[in-house]
Design a protein around this ligand. Sequence first.
Ligand SMILES: NC(=O)C1=CN([C@@H]2O[C@H](COP(=O)(O)OP(=O)(O)OC[C@H]3O[C@@H](n4cnc5c(N)ncnc54)[C@H](O)[C@@H]3O)[C@@H](O)[C@H]2O)C=CC1
Ligand SMILES: O=C(O)[C@@H]1CCC=N1
Length: 264
Amino acid sequence: MQIGFIGLGNMAKAIIGGMLKQNIVTQEQIVGTAKTETTMEKMRKEFGIRTAGSNKETAAGADVLILAVKPIFFPEVIEEIRDEITEDKLVISIAAGKTMEWIEKEFKKPVKLIRCMPNTPALVGEGCTAVCVNSSVKCEDEEFCLKLMGSFGKAISIPERLMDAAGAVSGSSPAYVFMFIEAMADAAVAAGMPRKQAYEFASQAVLGSAKMVLETGIHPGELKDMVCSPGGTTIEGVRVLEEKGMRSAVMEALSACVEKSKKL
Ligand SMILES: NC(=O)C1=CN([C@@H]2O[C@H](COP(=O)(O)OP(=O)(O)OC[C@H]3O[C@@H](n4cnc5c(N)ncnc54)[C@H](O)[C@@H]3O)[C@@H](O)[C@H]2O)C=CC1
Ligand SMILES: O=C(O)[C@@H]1CCC=N1
């Protein structure tokens, strides 16, 4: 089984790093291409994977081909590899916004196609990938894809109409969570804490809170109430967050993300 990557940027790196860490595939099974030789050299050094001389070569040698370039480059990449995509090959797109119907039309022929929306926490085995498939994909291909994407976190099948929402709440949301961690750490630094320690506290609090939601099944609102002692310190912060429109800001941000995805 050869896994090909077209595009070796942030997301491909996270997926490759995650797959190798979990021993789901070996370095010898991964081949990829990027725009520049510098990127490919870095990937060979960092992950020990192979790189090919062209996208065509990567596509030709791959049983499973992951398209990991920016959505805007899809037409030129598909044009380049079209002839190499035989009906036995599984093509996985991780691009935001590009529907399976649009991608298949670009290929100008039926393609065994899976659309995924991963996120960068894949790199540390805590990714979350939304998966949907087209009608050419067999049950065992979908199972295989869920296993592959599940090797570096969770993999969840969803209908394609939810892909834009998945992009916001999962694909993009790590960026918003990192901003939240930075902001909390900045406040701790302002209150005198050394920066390194501030990141440690803020990150562990986010990790622990997320675990509580996932593992206890208790509603996030109830978990919040458990932190707010009557007349205590936390509720003062909650009051300020409500006053500054934190929930609304987050909802507006994710809605903007969904809208942008629909336009890609
Ligand atoms: N970064 C993220 O957190 C996530 C990204 N995605 C999707 O993943 C895809 C890639 O995004 P990033 O990794 O963030 O982008 P990036 O800019 O970090 O990487 C893109 C890669 O594509 C390569 N590339 C560009 N044109 C090429 C061509 N003609 N042939 C071969 N390689 C080419 C570049 O050299 C680079 O290695 C996008 O479609 C994005 O929507 C999906 C989920 C999360
Ligand atoms: O910003 C982007 O377009 C990609 C898609 C999801 C996360 N990053």
